[in-house]
Design a protein around this ligand. Structure first.
Ligand SMILES: *Cc1c(COP(=O)(O)O)cnc(C)c1O
Length: 404
């Protein structure tokens, strides 16, 4: 039998990064604002904006930093309320707290997406929203944009785990006013750490650029689309000069040279990730005790992991399933069942306002998370699917056969 694959190793960084790293080692030119032009971070920003089809990009130290700067760049006052889904990573509400705002949580359904009725019910109490596409599951952006546009509420997309996902063919991250992405190692492009925000709004990006640490006149090294000078951008920079705090959340050139050669790999990673995910999903859905929620119709996903719900199994069964799979070599994280899980809202005890979300809680108690790195082969995927199916069968017993 083939051994279960190692799902924790990353894919190698393309060899092309080596020459650029060597050049940086020789020159020592690691700071993004030393070179008069074409620093690796600036080139990355231009390439990323073009890839996604947005006017401006700002590379920073993490997606969390991008979310924080987005809130600051929106000019939200202290104690502004910001709506987020109750299923996300702890760093998302943390970025809101960091921006002196108050996270407001809404319910998430069994399909891991925002419960639009609860979202709408809470929308009139908030000044901004962050749509966290958790694990790359896209919430109904048509409904969300219609509700928010009608009220003039700005939408920030937390697309940390959605690079390559589309909605009606449009890139996720370009639908709201700002989109934020992550280059942390578990995301589609891996630089260890790093983040980037994209927007078409010159005033917003100018504020974010300055606050990210473009002190004095370093903002002059930020250009408009296609590296052109942009009069609206220059006007915005002039307006905000010396008016904003500097939080110093810049990206350094070393991260950018690790990221840039991965951009041409993205299409392959997205294609393989989706094919792998759908293959395993089809196999798991053959079990009456496993439900892999379907994507929404306008959504084309870019997964590097799979989430599924256990059906008709109590907490003891769920824990027995998880232990059985782990015993066979496949780690299953059940979001709500592991101690101190950073994706379970009841562990966010730093929130200024605690809230109970019964539907989200019940989803988290039976939702499983298994890593599926895009480099896995069919054979390795079969090993994982076999182990998951055998572990469910071990706990639930054989499927009854009727009519014989
Ligand atoms: C990874 C992740 C983040 C945090 O990204 P960092 O770059 O590590 O700050 C935020 N939101 C989601 C949905 C993520 O997957």
């Amino acid at each position: 039998m083939t051994l279960p694959p190692n799902v924790h190793d990353a894919e190698p960084i393309p060899a092309a990064a080596k020459d650029a790293i060597d050049a940086l080692m020789k020159s020592g030119d690691l700071f993004r604002y030393t070179a008069p032009q074409d620093a690796p971070v600036a080139l990355l920003e231009a390439e990323f904006a073009e890839l996604l089809g947005s006017k401006y990009a700002l590379a920073v130290s993490s997606c969390s930093a991008a979310l924080f700067l987005s809130l600051k760049a929106l000019g939200l006052p202290r104690d502004a309320r910001v709506l987020i889904p109750g299923f996300t990573f702890a760093a998302v509400p943390s970025s809101i707290v960091h921006a002196d705002c108050i996270p407001v949580l809404c319910e998430v359904g069994q399909n891991y997406r925002i419960d639009i009725a609860d979202f709408e019910a809470k929308l009139d109490t908030v000044q901004a929203v962050i749509i966290s596409h958790m694990r790359g599951h896209t919430s109904d952006m048509d409904a969300i944009m219609e509700l928010c546009d009608a009220r003039g509420i700005p939408v920030i997309e937390d697309a940390a785990h959605s690079l390559g996902t589309t909605w009606h063919g449009r890139n996720i991250g370009t639908i709201g006013k700002v989109g934020c992405f992550s280059f942390q190692s578990y995301k589609m492009i891996n630089a260890g750490e790093g983040g980037i925000l994209i927007t078409d709004d010159a005033d917003l990006v100018a504020r974010a650029v300055i606050m990210s640490g473009a002190y004095e006149h370093n903002w002059k090294k930020h250009k408009g689309p296609h590296g052109d000078n942009s009069p609206e951008l220059e006007e915005a920079f002039a307006k905000w000069q010396n008016k904003l705090p500097l939080y110093n959340l810049r990206m350094n050139n070393l991260s950018a040279v690790v990221i840039r050669p991965q951009i041409p790999e993205l299409a392959r990673r997205v294609r393989d990730g989706l094919a792998n995910h759908d293959y395993v999903a089809n196999r798991l859905n053959t079990s009456p005790h496993i439900d892999v929620p379907a994507p929404l119709a306008p959504e084309q996903r870019a997964p590097d992991s799979i989430q599924f719900n256990l059906v008709d199994m109590d907490d003891a069964d769920i824990r027995a399933f998880s232990a059985a799979a782990e015993g066979r070599g496949v780690k299953v994280q059940v979001f709500g069942q592991s101690e101190d899980n950073a994706r379970a809202f009841w562990n966010w005890q730093f929130l200024p306002e605690q809230v109970e979300l019964p539907n989200t809680r019940s989803m988290l108690m039976s939702a499983c998370d298994v890593r599926l790195p895009v480099r896995l082969t069919r054979q390795e995927l079969d090993v994982i699917a076999d182990i998951l199916l055998a572990s469910v069968a071990e706990v639930t017993g054989p499927v009854p056969v009727y009519g014989t």
